[in-house]
Design a protein around this ligand. Structure first.
Ligand SMILES: NC(=O)c1ccc[n+]([C@@H]2O[C@H](COP(=O)([O-])OP(=O)(O)OC[C@H]3O[C@@H](n4cnc5c(N)ncnc54)[C@H](OP(=O)(O)O)[C@@H]3O)[C@@H](O)[C@H]2O)c1
Length: 258
């Protein structure tokens, strides 16, 4: 069995790579950090690597072309990151790059691999969204919106596959806080106790191999994903604002909101 994993150099993606390798899978790993990719290749054996900047559409296509004749069994769309700040303050180019990685690259790879998987009626897509996908996220508005896209896209495709009686499956991972490099990059700290990347990866793989649509690790996050349905959108956004502002190292955001 062979998997392509994006964002394999760190955090959840790195752990998914380790765990699939332990299960005997061949891997194709991608990320920007060539040194980490080479170290992983040496560690796992049976691994190909391809560095790629997924904010660049031509690089996404290069990854697909590299893989298209290699009989990929599982596509793991994991690469992604967040940007913190008021919507008007976040640099436009930074934000468009984030949208390109979180949405456009995932969209392109999902479509192209889904076509290949459907032709042979087998294959697994594991898309990494977030619990953020279930709600609006003031102070990380575009990140939350990007994860809403991933979640909704995955649910829609799941229903199309179900109606077609397809053996191809799609799973969407929706974790809450996970202890990775994510917060450093977003410039925030945790306001709730994170789960480990190890736990998130193991849970995601089990759900994906079982053909389940949702992978929501941890009881508290499951409760949040279900409970948010009962809360009006504006109230939920106000709650998330407070959670997000607490993440910014106790910054004055909450004060300004009073
Ligand atoms: N950590 C959390 O609390 C949390 C919660 C919910 C969902 N998630 C989601 O989980 C996924 C993995 O994040 P993580 O927490 O494991 O964070 P992480 O440790 O920062 O890993 C992010 C990965 O994405 C890759 N990446 C980032 N920008 C890229 C780009 N422009 N081109 C190619 N690859 C890029 C990075 O590789 P290079 O640096 O080598 O490019 C890295 O391997 C993301 O989609 C994130 O939104 C995380």
């Amino acid at each position: 069995m062979k998997a392509l994993i994006t964002g394999a150099t760190s955090g959840i993606g790195k752990k998914i790579a380790e765990k699939l390798s332990e299960r005997g899978w061949e891997l194709i790993l991608t990320g920007r950090n060539e040194k980490v990719l080479k170290d992983m290749q040496e560690q796992f054996g049976n691994t190909e690597i391809i560095t790629a900047e997924l904010a660049d559409r031509s690089e996404v296509m290069r990854v697909y072309e590299f893989c298209r004749d290699k009989n990929i069994d599982m596509l793991v769309n994991n690469a992604g990151y967040g940007l913190f700040g008021r919507f008007e303050d976040i640099d436009l180019d930074d934000e468009v790059n984030m949208i390109n990685v979180n949405i456009t690259a995932l969209h392109i790879l999902t479509k192209l691999f889904l076509r290949d998987f459907k032709k042979r009626d087998s294959g697994i897509i594991l898309n990494v969204a977030s619990v953020a996908g279930f709600m609006s996220g003031p102070l990380m508005s575009s990140y939350y919106a990007s994860k809403n896209y991933v979640l909704r896209l995955s649910i829609g495709i799941h229903e199309e596959l179900r109606r077609a009686g397809s053996k191809v499956s799609i799973t969407v991972l929706c974790p809450g806080p996970v202890d990775t490099n994510f917060n450093n990059r977003a410039g925030v700290s945790f306001s709730a106790k994170p789960i480990t990347a190890d736990y998130a990866a193991e849970y995601a793989i089990k759900r994906a191999l079982a053909g389940k649509l949702f992978a929501v690790p941890g009881l508290a996050i499951k409760a949040a994903a279900i409970g948010q349905r009962l809360v009006p959108h504006k109230l939920l956004a106000a709650i998330v604002y407070n959670v997000q502002s607490a993440k910014k190292n106790g910054s004055g955001e909450r004060e300004q909101n009073k």
